[in-house]
Write a protein that binds this ligand. Structure first.
Ligand code: GDG
Length: 747
């Protein structure tokens, strides 16, 4: 079957222009197109072709009738374009109202600029629905969909509902804010938007900070935890990753030698002979810090007057979102500031700022990048900022200084730039001076290092890493699922048990051998269970392990008389049958007083909750606490504990209505691994109900002759699910019964 990739973004990468009643259409390939195309080329060259067809879904920026007139002109393009037509009023509310007036403002930490309006929120959903409708007309279950940016936060969730099997990636190009900012939105919006994003299999961000903010918001708002950046929903897993976007390095580096670029560069230099040139280029936006940049420049000229007439600032602003009043106001502010600065500091022979409110073409832009002495990039917030990377890549001469705001995603990678806090006008002035006075040797060293990094991690690599992880998430999805053991598989399981010569049985206790009860001490084993365990463990072909998070004392009290092996506290303590207890090398308890203090506060505030003390673990249970309020306390405690976890070398685990803390390096997976090292089993059976059992299932995935069983209806790394713990004992009884009839079965 044809393998297809659907790219979804607000706008289609095409330019449609109508002049004198004639409409023309031209593809306008941006960074994303380059990234995807070069990734695919690379795959094809390696004979690993992944997609047969590429389709792009987005708003075309023209009317339906204009599109119909020109659509044929695009038929030979690499992409099939699927236009989404959104009624004007809906588009206005979706694009200007919600995306740009709420999400853009809030996600860039400008909460006072956010204009909350429930009609616009509704329009935002309706518009996302329009994208959904177009997609649903074309999609097949084995397709891959890659959704881009803040305009389309709900879309992955909408798609997932309709087509659970789809592979969906989502990438956010702007920052993801901290929870304190995110929570400013109405709660319903917070939940909807996050749930929407969680429709994807892979959610990508530019930086670790943005990913961490997202994970925290998901935990606070939806109560979903992550383990190593994987979020677990009842029915599936979602991976969260960091993919700093980059540029087409060769395009910018190679442009140095382009004839037109060369000519324009010389023109620029001869226009300002003997002057240092400072350059900046950005879209008109309040996030870009343009007025502060100008203030910093003004401060520099006032503090260091010897630089007057020795320097010019060439500033390009690209018009953007002019329908919004905030943007029109910004334009006015910039115009006025520049007018005043030029008239107060300038004279008939020198103008401090040269300003253009219009985009440059590619050659002009690179000519500016390569003729200036210093690029001054000062956003108050910026997801990444590609201008900084483009400037560095363009400098084939290994000259020029980058002054870069530490509030950009790019600052995390371009560590050799001169960093500034964009609010600090004095710092901007000092760094301008430092940059203009930097020796050519230092400039070269800094630019070289940054070029090495950008050329290695270019836009192709960005796409490659995203797709690699998206593919991995497909495999993860296949391994993590709900699959109930049916009667044929059960017969096979029992048959395999019967014919095996050396068997390993790993049995969790609470929720598996015994149902969950209100107090841990009430979960005594029934006589029936004890008889079954006795029967199984008396068969010399069997190694039976009770593998539990429980304390050793109660396990010993209840099961100590049986010839079973016991693993207590997730592996901290082990007792081989008829032997004595041994402690795992990593087990430690010195952290307990600190953690107990934290937990005590939660016991006081959350009536009904209690602490279970084990030798090497502490568990805060809230199964008997108020159902409404307890999960909130659990989340706070979890977070507080996690904040201190690294310092004291512990792991914090969220189980079913319990938060448990134990020494690092101890889990049921590692315990299972230790057992497997010692013997060659030809039948392995592992059964458990809790998140802690997933470590064991993951460890056994792919191990020959192994059957892993999850008790419960949630997705799991286990091969099979059993609905309830009541189904476990009859299965074990079947084993016991069959074991005695081995001869009969094997004949
Ligand atoms: C969003 C995020 C993130 C600028 N002036 C001219 C011109 N440009 C081009 C640059 C660059 C692009 O515009 C600007 O890229 P940025 O990264 O700075 O910002 P946004 O477009 O707002 O993008 C941002 C990005 O997504 C990618 O994920 O980095 O943080 O806000 O490519 O070259 N191009 C031309 N003339 C100009 O005058 N031709």
């Amino acid at each position: 079957m044809e393998r297809r990739l659907f790219i979804v973004s607000n706008r289609l990468p095409v330019n449609i222009e109508t002049h004198d009643d004639k409409t023309t259409v031209r593809p306008s390939p941006g960074g994303l197109v380059t990234a995807i195309d070069s990734y695919m080329q690379k795959k094809e060259l390696a004979n690993e072709k992944e997609f047969d067809k590429k389709l792009w879904v987005g708003v075309p920026g023209c009317t339906y009738s204009n599109w119909s007139r020109v659509a044929g002109d695009l038929s030979n393009e690499q992409y099939e374009y699927l236009p989404v037509f959104i009624p004007k009023k809906t588009f206005e509310g979706y694009y200007n109202g919600m995306a740009n007036s709420v999400l853009w403002a809030l996600f860039h930490y400008f909460p006072s600029f956010a204009e909350f309006n429930s009609n616009n929120y509704q329009h935002y959903h309706t518009a996302n629905n329009e994208f959904l409708s177009v997609l649903m007309r074309h999609l097949r279950p084995n397709d891959t969909v890659w959704i881009h940016d803040y305009h389309l936060l709900p879309l992955a969730g909408m798609l997932r509902e309709q087509m659970p099997e789809l592979t969906i990636g989502f990438f956010l190009h702007i920052p993801f804010p901290s929870y304190e900012i995110f929570r400013i939105m109405p709660k319903r919006w917070q939940r909807d938007l996050l749930k929407g994003m969680l429709g994807a299999d892979l959610v990508g961000f530019h930086t670790r900070d943005y990913a961490d903010h997202f994970l925290k918001c998901v935990q606070k708002v939806l109560g979903i935890d992550h383990y190593m950046n994987v979020l677990r929903m009842p029915e599936r897993l979602i991976q969260v990753g960091v993919y700093p976007i980059s540029i087409d390095y060769e395009k910018f580096h190679g442009a140095w030698d382009d004839k037109t670029v060369k000519k324009l560069r010389e023109q620029m230099k001869s226009q300002f002979p003997d002057k240092k040139i400072i350059f900046s280029a950005d879209r008109l936006d309040y996030t870009k810090g343009v007025t502060n940049r100008l203030r910093g420049y003004e401060y520099f000229l006032n503090k260091y007057p010897e630089y007057r007439e020795q320097v010019v600032f060439v500033m390009v602003i690209v018009p953007s979102r002019d329908a919004l009043s905030k943007y029109a106001e910004r334009k006015k502010m910039i115009d006025e500031f520049i007018g005043s600065l030029n008239s107060t500091l300038g004279n008939f022979s020198w103008q401090p700022v040269f300003y253009q409110y219009n985009a440059l073409n590619f050659e002009e832009l690179v000519a500016m990048y390569t003729s200036c002495d210093l690029a001054l990039i000062t956003p108050i917030r910026d997801g990444m900022n590609l201008v900084a990377k483009e400037f560095v890549a363009s400098r084939k001469d290994e000259h020029g200084v980058l002054v870069l705001s530490e509030m950009t995603g790019a600052a995390k990678e371009l560590t050799e730039a001169l960093n500034i806090n964009p609010i600090d006008i004095e710092e901007i002035a000092e760094k301008i001076k430092r940059g203009l006075e930097m020796s050519p040797t230092e400039q070269k060293a800094r630019i070289r290092k940054m070029q090495q990094r950008i050329s290695r991690y270019d836009v192709t690599r960005w796409a490659e890493e995203f797709f690699n992880d998206l593919n991995e998430s497909k495999t993860m999805k296949q391994n993590f699922q709900v699959r109930f053991l049916d009667s044929t598989e059960k017969t096979q399981l029992i048959y395999d048990y019967a014919k095996a010569r050396k068997r390993l049985l790993l049995l969790d206790y609470d929720g598996t051998l015994s149902p969950i009860v209100s107090l841990p001490q009430l979960a005594q084993p029934s006589d029936e269970l004890l008889d079954t365990l006795r029967l199984l463990s008396s068969d010399e072909r069997n190694d039976v392990f009770i593998i539990s998070g429980r304390d050793a004392t109660s396990l010993n009290e209840w099961l100590g008389d049986l010839p079973v092996n016991i693993i207590a506290e997730h592996g901290s303590l082990v007792k081989m049958k008829n032997g004595s207890w041994m402690q795992a090398p990593h087990a430690a308890a010195d952290w307990q007083p600190l953690v107990a203090d934290m937990m005590e506060r939660y016991v006081a505030n959350c009536p009904g909750s209690f602490i279970e003390k084990k030798r090497f673990a502490l568990a805060w249970h809230y199964r008997n606490a108020d159902e409404e309020t307890a999960p909130g306390y659990a989340m706070d405690l979890y977070e507080e504990l996690n904040g201190s976890a690294d310092k004291v070398n512990v792991n914090v685990i969220r189980g079913s209505k319990v938060i448990e803390v134990r020494s690092t390096g101890i889990d049921k997976g590692k315990a299972a691994q230790n057992i497997l090292q010692n013997k060659d089993y030809d039948f392995i059976f592992a059964c458990g109900d809790d998140t802690t059992d997933e470590d064991m299932f993951r460890q056994l995935a792919g191990v020959k002759n192994s059957y892993t069983i999850k008790v419960g209806t949630e997705a799991s790394y286990a091969r099979y699910n059993l609905h309830t713990s009541e189904m476990v004992l009859p299965l074990l009884q079947n084993f016991g019964h069959t074991g005695t009839k081995k001869a009969e079965l094997s004949t």
